[in-house]
Write a protein that binds this ligand. Structure first.
Ligand code: ZN
Length: 439
C-alpha cells in the first residue's frame, strides 16, 4: 500500500548520527507534518511513499541540522569591531562600551536576523542564544523560521536593557511567556558568568530553572584570570562555587570550560553537566584549549558553539567541527583524538542533548523533527572522495551546504536561501548599523 508524505529526500549518503558511526548509501528520508516518518533504502522508499515534493541529492551527504550550542546572535552587528585583543580588554574597552551606547530591542532584532540568516545558510538549524532583549531575539528567530533556545540573560550590573539581576530575570521571563506557543522557540536561564552574577542571584536562577524545567546556560572557566579572581573573592574555583550553590546538574551547559583541573572534570561528570566547546573563539581570544578528549573520556556531553561574531568572527559550525578535531589532536599529541564522526556528533546530537532536545532533534530518526542539512560533495574540491564524513569535517565548507529544512520546511534550496526577509533588506540593516556603530 502506498503512503502519502509531504517530502521525500533521496540522498547518495545519509549520516543519521544515531546509531553512531553509520553511513547509509542510497537511502531516503520521508517527512510528513514536519516530522521524519521513515529512513529507508531508496528502492523501498520509492515503493512505499508518494510525495508532494521529491528532492534528489545524487552527490550529497544528508545529515541532521547542526546545533550551535553557544552564540550571542545579535553580536553580528559588532563583527570585526575589535580584534586581536585578550578577553578582558576586549570586553572592557571595546564590547561593553559599544553595547552600553547602542544596544536596544531594535539592535537585537536586526543583529539576530543577520545571524539567523547566516546560520541557516550554513546548515545550522538550532542555536542556543544568550544576549540582551531576549524578546527581540525570539521575534527574529521566529521571523526567519530558525529553532532557537533563547537565554534569559542575567547580570548584576545595569545596562540599557535592565537595572539589576531581578530586572533581567523579570524581563526575560516575560519574553518566555509571550513566546510559549511558538514550536521553534524555547528558553533557558542564562546567568552570564560566575564573575558577573552573585550567589543570591544564582539562587534565584536555580529556583526558576528547576520550577520551569529549563536549561542553565553559563560561561565557565574561560580564562586563567577568572579562576584566580574566584579563588581571591570566594576562596574556591568557579565550578566548585556553582556546585556549592547547587547549580551543577544535567540541565547545566558550561560554555568554554577551558581551564579545568581533575576536580573540575570530576564535578562536571558527577553532576551530568554538558560543555559547549567553542574552539575558534578560544583560539582567537587566546583563552587556551579546552581538554575535550578528557571530557569525552569522562562521559561528559560536549556540543560545539561558535560564540558571537565579535569573537570568532563566523557563525560557521563546519569550521568549528574542523577546529575541534584539529585542536584536540594538537593538544593531546594524538592524531586519533576527536575523529570526524565524533566532531559531527558534537555538532548535532551532542548539542541537542545538552539542550534537553535530544528526543526531538540532533539525529535522523523516525519520530524526530525534520531538521536536516544537505552538503554537496560533488564539486572539484571534494574529489576524489573515499569517506564522505571525513570530507564533511576536513574538506567541505559552509558554501557547500545546498539544502536546509527546519521542522520539514525548506530554508535553503539548491544553495538559495528561502527566507521571509530578502537579502537586500538584510544588507540594508547591516549598513544602517555599521554607520551608527562607526560614529
Ligand atoms: Zn559567549
Amino acid at each position: 500500500m502506498i503512503e502519502t508524505v509531504d517530502l521525500l529526500i533521496h540522498a547518495r549518503w545519509i549520516v543519521p548520527v544515531e546509531p553512531a558511526g553509520v553511513v547509509l548509501e542510497d537511502h531516503s528520508v520521508a517527512v510528513r507534518g514536519g516530522d521524519i516518518v521513515a529512513l529507508l533504502p531508496r528502492a523501498r522508499a520509492a515503493a512505499t511513499f508518494r510525495a508532494d515534493t521529491i528532492v534528489e541529492l545524487p552527490e550529497h551527504l544528508l545529515m541532521p541540522g547542526l546545533v550551535n550550542l553557544h552564540v550571542h546572535a545579535a553580536m553580528n552587528l559588532m563583527r570585526g569591531i575589535a580584534d586581536d585583543m585578550p578577553l578582558m580588554r576586549w570586553l572592557q574597552e571595546a564590547i561593553w562600551p559599544t553595547e552600553a551606547r547602542h544596544v536596544s530591542a531594535a539592535f537585537v532584532r536586526d543583529g539576530t536576523l543577520l545571524a539567523a540568516a547566516e546560520m541557516l545558510r550554513g546548515g545550522i538549524t538550532t542555536c542556543n542564544d544568550m544576549y540582551f532583549h531576549p524578546e527581540a531575539a525570539a521575534e527574529a528567530f521566529s521571523t526567519l523560521g530558525m529553532r532557537a533556545v533563547v537565554g534569559v540573560v542575567m547580570l548584576e550590573f545595569p545596562t540599557p536593557f535592565a537595572s539589576d539581576a531581578d530586572d533581567y530575570l523579570r524581563k526575560g521571563l516575560a519574553a518566555r511567556d509571550r513566546w510559549q506557543a511558538d514550536p521553534l522557540i524555547d528558553f533557558a536561564i542564562a546567568p552570564h558568568a560566575p564573575y558577573t552574577v552573585s550567589d543570591a542571584s544564582f539562587g534565584r536562577a536555580l529556583a526558576i530553572a528547576d520550577e520551569l524545567g529549563l536549561p542553565i546556560h553559563i560561561h565557565v572557566h574561560e580564562t586563567k584570570g577568572e579562576i584566580a579572581d574566584s579563588l581571591a573573592a570566594h576562596g574556591m574555583r568557579p565550578l566548585s562555587r556553582l556546585a556549592r550553590l547547587g547549580l551543577l546538574g544535567e540541565n547545566l551547559i558550561g560554555v568554554h570550560a577551558v581551564h579545568l583541573d581533575d576536580s573540575d572534570i570530576e564535578l562536571l561528570a558527577r553532576h551530568g553537566c554538558s560543555v559547549a566547546h567553542c574552539p575558534t573563539s578560544n583560539m582567537k581570544l587566546a583563552s587556551g584549549i579546552a581538554p575535550v578528549t578528557r571530557l569525552l573520556e569522562a562521559g561528559i556531553r560536549v556540543g560545539l558553539g561558535t560564540d558571537g561574531a565579535a569573537s570568532n568572527n563566523r557563525l560557521d559550525l563546519l569550521q568549528e567541527m574542523r577546529h575541534a578535531a584539529l585542536l584536540a589532536k594538537v593538544a593531546s599529541h594524538d592524531a586519533t583524538a576527536v575523529p570526524a564522526h565524533t566532531a559531527l556528533h558534537m555538532a548535532t546530537l551532542g548539542g541537542a542533548q545538552a539542550l534537553g532536545l535530544g528526543a526531538r532533534i540532533g539525529s535522523i530518526e523516525p519520530g524526530k523533527a525534520a531538521d536536516l542539512c544537505a552538503v554537496d560533495l560533488g564539486r572539484l574540491h571534494c574529489r576524489p572522495r573515499f569517506d564522505p564524513v571525513s570530507h564533511l569535517v576536513y574538506v567541505a565548507g559552509r558554501e557547500d551546504v545546498s539544502h536546509v529544512w527546519v521542522n520539514g520546511e525548506t530554508r535553503v534550496d539548491k544553495g538559495v536561501a528561502l527566507l521571509h526577509i530578502r537579502d537586500s533588506e538584510l544588507l540594508r540593516l547591516a549598513s544602517v548599523w555599521q554607520t551608527k556603530l562607526g560614529n
